[in-house]
Design a protein around this ligand. Structure first.
Ligand code: NOJ
Length: 973
């Protein structure tokens, strides 16, 4: 059958042999380049595409999927022998006698491949199916026919076959003569390869002689965990590796001499982990790395041996080995931390010959199988290493996947994250670093795992191993992978493209603080004083005693606000500073005067106040009588509000009664009383002050956005929707729509009830919708209510989202727009003021806060989209926070400020971070000017976005489609 013309692979380009690696290798530039990377830069998602003819594919191996272990004359392999004997150590003593039954399910496999629309399929040939006793004399035509049918079926579907000639399943008969410890194997293997080239090479153009010889050497001959279960760790791995390398090279030359001219294919070897052992001889000078030779020699001498346990190649052998690969094939899964250790004389073994230990990266996501953490950035580094070390070869990633527990058969979110992050790192290597990444293959379907049998899934398709028909079902990851292949990488999603335009005139541009977080609090007595002074509550003993000393540094704060060019400043009043015991028994005039002065100074600076009555700092005296659980607090709060409206109201147009206090761990009576207290304060204003003062009063609700784990599943949409409805509606539903939502009532058995009069009194007590928003989260539905906070749903973390200095905060700009639309629909299109939105950092101080610039640019741009494209009536935006302040229970470690405060300087100076001029440019321009219309006066050139932030040129002509992943999009506008 002629090769289909549309199946294109690069022409052969045998690698030019290279000089040996220096010690230490010059390729250490890879670490020099990437190790100092900031987490933000490392995690920044890269949008782009691979080359047109990128070979997207899937992979498998014969023993793991074929079954038919003795069908039609197949001989046994070492794996058949091993697994069929009791005590193999494979969980449940399973075998791959049937596995996925691919030997009998060729049609099904081809169908799967066709449906996925892959360009390539990597599979291996079962040596003992073709030569039952390992040698040509035993040729089994039926086995050959099977592979012919497979290859022809692939080509008919325009899928390029990538063939591994030998993937660990040595014919048992060859093991019986000593296996790879017998040098005769070199010729025997060569003859088998010769046969394969001759028989299939007219159609197969991509060959790997063998798979992961390093794994075979160490596990088969060092630890003895896999066949042939030889445990001679000091010598056997080196001996057999020596033979494997020679066998590979011999087969390569056979192809070169007999087939290359006519067949024009490519030949290589698939390597994994410790590359140098095999890659150095093959891609460089035909010999082991100098470092390895020296190291094994030293260890051997220490043992008193007269020569190294590492065998050496003759000059002739070296000449024949070097350059025997036309491309680099890499199987890649995980990365480790390596620490140099010396000293201990350990029993000789390949592992102990290395003076280092490998450890897991414990800060990276775990997977179902131990020691295989998902370390996506390792992919980029590995690819760069291969480029630097092995002469910039064409690279094919021939294996990459992750194990997921069988109970999440279809909803394999971890595999989805793996593809999104690992493939993106490969894309960075290709597009940003110029690495010649040419192809990628992941695991086609769940199959027999060499160590774990059928305990975990590795594939895009779920196989029901209890069903004799072995049905193949695509998982969530298959849908995702299909889309990645279709997109040929990751194109910038429409909803992440920049929109240029302006906000409404008189848009409120603000920045915020809260009393306890920034003001000297030694003159007050609130619940936070008690909390921060109780040993053990805050690890580093931070308190708000001084905080940013805003009480005494009014001028500095106003200077900071002027620098940002905000039109408004959101601050909160300290209740105990006005009413020390929380009641009107004693009114502290000095406190009132302080706030009057602050208001006057702000207004003089042309900054309008936006005042929060209560931001969590309850007078301790009120807490002592039950705090928010005691119904009398409703009156107390009303009286407090009355005093503020009376004294400060003439100078204030914008009031926030409460900064959302979400008592997840507290009884529902707390929020119940807060809602009632809010309503009373609103009525006081409405009845006594509105006519003369004409301001706006509302509550501020804190809400996250929620995304479904699996967007192909209705129940996950429902879970995400219920989270938003529940949390947003908790305070907002009674205030905007009257009473708790039906969902709340259904979900919370202990929910207190409002009387009909209360419902009426609360309903409508708003002048705008105040929203604090930071992030989105991912949810899936749960059968049982396992988590008290998220009822009936389970919270997950999307690993592609950028992290911040707070463990709970990932940067998810798209969520803000979706939330704004949701509020519009759910609460009758109210005017919305975003009363908080911001991001933190921790660790060393860096005034160039690129992550915050990114955050404000992307989040505010989403607000603009909500305003311009979705007609959301958003009238204001507030950046949290003006200053690095006391971040509640974590003290001063997480810094949200636009201004840095050096806490070791008693003067607590406010120093602007880079984000100040960036945010102030957005404010001055009242949005985002189109770069296509040239430089804008309002845009401060020093705040120019970093390269990652450069707006895409096509930004102006956005066809603004929304992401399919949002459930709010399914609603009609
Ligand atoms: C919301 C709170 O209102 C504010 O006080 C806090 O600092 C920010 N979230 C950041 O956690």
């Amino acid at each position: 059958m002629p090769t289909d013309d549309s199946v294109k692979i690069s022409p052969p380009q045998r690698s030019t042999p290279l000089p040996p690696s220096e010690v230490p290798s010059a390729s250490k530039v890879v670490w020099e380049k990437f190790t100092p990377q900031k987490r933000f830069d490392r995690q920044m998602y890269h949008y782009g595409n691979f080359s047109q003819n990128f070979l997207w594919g899937v992979s498998s191996s014969a023993y793991q999927i074929e079954g038919g272990w003795n069908a039609d004359g197949k001989g046994p392999s070492v794996w058949d022998t091993f697994t069929q004997k009791p005590g193999s150590g494979i969980p449940d003593n399973v075998t791959a006698d049937i596995a996925c039954d691919s030997y009998n399910k060729l049609k099904e496999d081809l169908y799967m491949l066709q449906a996925l629309k892959v360009k390539s399929y990597r599979f291996s040939l079962s040596w003992s199916r073709i030569f039952p006793n390992g040698r040509r004399e035993s040729l089994n035509q039926k086995g050959v026919d099977y592979y012919n049918r497979l290859i022809n079926g692939l080509l008919a579907r325009k899928i390029t076959p990538m063939v591994t000639i030998y993937h660990w399943d040595l014919p048992q008969a060859l093991q019986d003569i000593g296996g790879w410890q017998n040098v005769e194997m070199i010729n025997i293997f060569n003859d088998y390869c010769d046969f394969c080239f001759a028989t299939f090479g007219d159609r197969v153009k991509f060959w790997m002689t063998m798979n992961d010889p390093q794994g075979l050497a160490w596990l088969g001959y060092g630890t003895g965990q896999i066949p042939p279960n030889t445990e001679e760790p000091g010598t056997a791995p080196y001996q057999i590796a020596h033979n494997l390398i020679k066998a590979h090279a011999t087969a390569y030359h056979t192809y070169d001499n007999k087939y290359r001219a006519s067949q024009r294919g490519m030949v290589s070897i698939a390597l994994n982990f410790n590359l140098g052992w095999f890659a150095h001889p093959i891609f460089k000078n035909g010999d082991y790395p100098e470092a390895m030779k020296a190291q094994v020699l030293v260890k051997s001498e220490l043992q008193g041996l007269s020569q190294s346990r590492l065998p050496s190649f003759t000059e002739e052998e070296k000449n024949s080995i070097k350059g025997t690969a036309d491309m680099f094939c890499a199987n890649h899964y995980t990365s480790k931390i390596v620490t140099h250790v010396t000293g201990a004389i350990l029993p000789p073994s390949y592992q102990n010959d290395r003076d280092y230990i490998e450890e897991e990266m414990t800060d990276q996501p775990t997977t179902a199988v131990e020691f295989t953490r998902a370390v996506s950035f390792g992919m980029r580094r590995l690819l760069n290493w291969i480029k630097e070390e092995y002469g910039d070869p064409d690279i094919y990633i021939t294996e990459n996947s992750v194990s997921t527990p069988m109970e999440y058969a279809y909803d394999d979110i971890d595999r989805v994250f793996l593809y999104k992050t690992y493939i993106d790192e490969a894309l960075k290597a290709y597009e940003l670093d110029g690495v010649k990444v040419k192809g990628y293959a992941t695991c086609l379907m769940d199959s027999f795992q060499f160590f774990h049998g059928y305990q975990f899934g590795f594939g895009l398709h779920y196989i029901d191993f209890n069903n004799i028909h072995r049905p193949r079902t695509p998982k969530f990851s298959a849908h995702l992978y299909y889309n990645i292949m279709k997109d040929n990488g990751f194109s910038l999603p429409d909803d992440e493209k920049m929109l240029y335009g302006e906000f409404k005139k008189d848009f409120i541009w603000s920045s915020a603080t809260a009393s306890y977080q920034v003001r000297l609090s030694t003159q007050t007595d609130c619940i936070w004083d008690k909390f921060t002074h109780t040993p053990g509550n805050i690890l580093q003993h931070d308190t708000g005693d001084i905080a940013c000393n805003s009480y005494n540094k009014m001028e500095d704060d106003i200077a900071a606000l002027k620098k940002v060019k905000v039109s408004h400043y959101r601050f909160s009043v300290s209740w105990p500073r006005i009413l020390p015991d929380g009641t009107t028994k004693y009114i502290n005039q000095a406190g009132i005067n302080y706030y009057k002065k602050l208001l006057d100074s702000l207004i003089a600076a042309n900054i309008q106040p936006q005042v929060t009555l209560y931001h969590w700092d309850l007078p301790q005296a009120l807490q002592d009588v039950g705090g928010w659980e005691n119904e009398t607090i409703i009156e107390r709060f009303r009286d407090y509000a009355d005093i503020l409206f009376e004294n400060l109201g003439p100078k204030v147009q914008l009031w926030i009664t409460f900064n959302d206090d979400r008592p997840d761990t507290l009884p529902y009576i707390v929020s119940h009383n807060i809602i009632k207290a809010h309503a009373e304060a609103w009525h006081v204003y409405n009845d006594k002050y509105r006519a003369s003062q004409n301001g706006m009063v509302s509550i501020t609700v804190n809400a996250d956005w929620a995304e479904p784990r699996n967007p192909y599943k209705q129940e996950d949409y429902d879970a995400a929707r219920s989270v938003v409805e529940f949390y947003l509606g908790w305070y907002a539903h009674p205030i905007f729509n009257g009473d708790y939502s039906p969902l709340m009532k259904r979900s919370v058995l202990e929910l207190p009830e409002f009387t009909p009069e209360e419902i009426k009194r609360i309903n409508g007590t708003y002048d705008y919708f105040g929203l604090n928003h930071y992030l989105s989260r991912v949810f899936k539905s749960a059968k049982s209510w396992t988590n008290s906070c998220y009822r009936g749903v389970v919270l997950l973390r999307d690993r592609t989202w950028l992290e911040s200095g707070s463990h709970w905060l990932t940067m998810t700009p798209f969520g803000l727009r979706r939330l704004l639309k949701f509020i519009k629909h759910e609460f009758g299109n109210p005017p919305i003021i975003i009363t908080e939105n911001g991001v933190s950092e921790n660790g060393p101080v860096d005034l160039n806060d690129v992550h915050r610039k990114y955050f404000y640019e992307k989040y505010i741009n989403q607000v603009l989209k909500a305003y311009l494209l979705d007609d959301v009536n958003v009238i204001g935006y507030t950046a949290w926070s003006l200053l690095d302040n006391l971040e509640w229970a974590v003290g001063y470690t997480e810094r949200f400020g636009l201004f840095y405060i050096n806490r070791s300087d008693p003067d607590l100076p406010r120093t602007p971070k880079a984000s100040v001029s960036f945010y102030s440019s957005i404010i001055s321009c009242n949005g985002f000017p189109d770069p296509a219309s040239g430089p804008q006066e309002c845009w401060n050139s020093t705040s120019t976005p970093t390269p990652t932030l450069t707006p895409k040129p096509e930004g102006k002509k956005i066809n603004f489609l929304e992401s399919k992943l949002s459930f709010s999009d399914s609603r009609s506008d």
